[in-house]
Design a protein around this ligand. Structure first.
Ligand SMILES: [Zn+2]
Length: 348
């Protein structure tokens, strides 16, 4: 009798939780939609964006697919959440509380033009904080401004003890009052360096999906996000409007660790699979951060040292190689124009 009662209570608690979760996700979606349809208020700093909505931002910033196809680029690494986290932590250690003495721009034409008056806006300002959101590193400065940096496909931030441009791809030099500097180098110029006011920064970040390393991101949350998604699970994981920071590498690796096939439809994942997947996304990203990120081609930490998480890959880039778990040959397919690596024996 007691057991039946307890079970019933448990069931009701579960239902209550599911309802609360659903409301939470819906509320978030509604907030995002209303903000996306509303044009941003006039830009104080980044006048290039005047009148653009955050939905347009997403098109400019998040659509890596298009740039990849145009360039037929394959094999390098675009920094994902772990790499940007490592970079942001490094910067926090090196340049927090430093005063900017000048910003020199050698090439204004990145994916979107660099904010025109960047030197005027930042000169003399102290950097109060550095954080990561999705794949962006954000420096908050005195005067409530935000320096928003995205490394695109090949961007690097180099910490140096000089302000000398030594490479033709050194596009921006932030010089600090102690004569150290951060140099933004980007051969393919798909990166981004813009200045936003506090209000603009808030609007900009509102268009983002959930951060996967937060407590809020759970199996239940993931299932709610995927409920009506009729796309393959790998593409859903890479959709930054749902979850931020997961790109091609960490989507493939998380799915392998959770033993879920990238071919599955997102909406068909069971509650147990969502729990497993959410946990493995967290594990994969945390392990990669601890390893200093992954270095395949272009990525390096600002100190110049490489990350080594690529040595731990199970499937990414392992085409025609045996699976570490079952010896089956790793399969390579294309999904939405991107390479997907998986083991069709381990992953169902
Ligand atoms: Zn296998």
């Amino acid at each position: 009798m007691n057991n039946t009662k307890r079970n019933k209570e448990k069931e009701e608690e579960k239902k209550r939780l599911a309802k609360a979760l659903k409301q939470n996700v819906l509320k978030r979606k509604k907030q995002q939609q209303s903000r996306q349809s509303r044009p941003l208020s006039k830009f104080v700093c980044g006048e290039e964006f005047l009148g653009k909505s955050t939905a347009e931002y997403s098109n400019v910033f998040e659509n890596d697919k298009i740039t990849i196809r145009n360039l037929s680029f394959e094999g390098g690494i675009m920094p994902e959440l772990p790499e940007v986290e490592v970079i942001s932590n490094f910067l926090l250690d090196k340049i927090k509380n430093k005063q900017i003495s000048s910003v020199t721009v050698n090439n204004w034409n990145l994916r979107v033009p660099i904010t025109k008056n960047i030197d005027d806006l930042l000169k003399g300002k102290v950097i109060n904080d550095i954080k990561r959101r999705g794949k962006y590193t954000i420096w908050n400065t005195e005067g409530s401004m935000a320096v928003i940096i995205h490394l695109g496909m090949s961007g690097k931030l180099i910490y140096a003890d000089h302000d000398q441009v030594r490479d033709k791809h050194d596009h921006v030099v932030f010089l600090f009052s102690d004569n150290t500097s951060i140099i933004f180098n980007d051969p393919r110029r798909f990166g981004l360096v813009i200045i936003l006011s506090k209000e603009q920064e808030i609007n900009f970040l509102d268009g983002f999906g959930i951060e996967p390393l937060t407590d809020e991101f759970s199996g239940d949350y993931l299932q709610e996000l995927l409920k009506n998604k009729k796309v393959n699970i790998k593409s859903a994981l890479m959709d930054n409007k749902l979850i931020v920071g997961i790109g091609n590498i960490y989507a493939s690796e998380s799915l392998f660790r959770a033993r879920i096939s990238p071919l599955r439809l997102a909406k068909d994942l069971t509650s147990i699979e969502c729990k497993k997947l959410a946990a493995e996304i967290k594990n994969t990203l945390s392990d990669a951060i601890a390893a200093g990120g992954s270095t395949l081609k272009d990525y390096a930490q600002p100190s110049g040292s490489a990350g080594y998480f690529q040595n731990n890959f199970y499937v990414y880039g392992k085409v025609q190689k045996p699976c570490r778990i079952c010896n089956n040959i790793i399969t390579l397919i294309r999904q939405n124009g991107r390479s997907t690596y998986f083991c069709n024996a381990c992953q169902n």
